[in-house]
Design a protein around this ligand. Sequence first.
Ligand SMILES: O=C(O)CCC(=O)C(=O)O
Ligand SMILES: [Fe+2]
Length: 185
Amino acid sequence: MKSLGLAVMEILGISLGVDRMHYKKYFEDGGSIMRCNYYPPCPEPGLTFGTGPHCDATSLTILHQDQVGGLEIFANNEWQIVRPRHDALVINVGDTFTALTNGKYKSCVHRAVVNSERARTSLVFFVCPREDKVVRPPQDLVQGERAYPDFTWSDFLHFTQFYYRADAHTLHNFTKWLSSSKTIN
Ligand SMILES: O=C(O)CCC(=O)C(=O)O
Ligand SMILES: [Fe+2]
């Protein structure tokens, strides 16, 4: 999974017109998180979500869902179903990668819905930078203002674990929190 993540990083570097090895090298000493989600059937699926709308705070998400289905992404102003395919992985950009591209690649808002009949599982691999590494876009992607300040993955992880439950606005609120905590210190 780690080498798949690094291969995708190379492709993303090429697509952005920066040094093709830039992101691949950046993530080479990085970490990862693996999560297995289990959603039991819910008698009233209209009243709850399996996972509410959010962007992943991490950098890249590689996800496999079983044939039950339930993953949805918010695109073109509507929720769209990601049809399950046993032979395919879903790859999403997360908030930290958004910051690493100075906002050029937007993290994807997504959610998981439940159903009344079948339990569902998904397996998710999150690619993250080394915890103390500064998250900063390459100079080629900064024309004028920086969209986000420098931060470390460890600061962002701390924010999402202790102060804020990830939603569609995590990166924006983290940036505000970071500048107010700097003012206080
Ligand atoms: O279960 C899914 O399809 C989505 C899970 C998810 O978004 C997450 O674990 O961050
Ligand atoms: Fe997610």
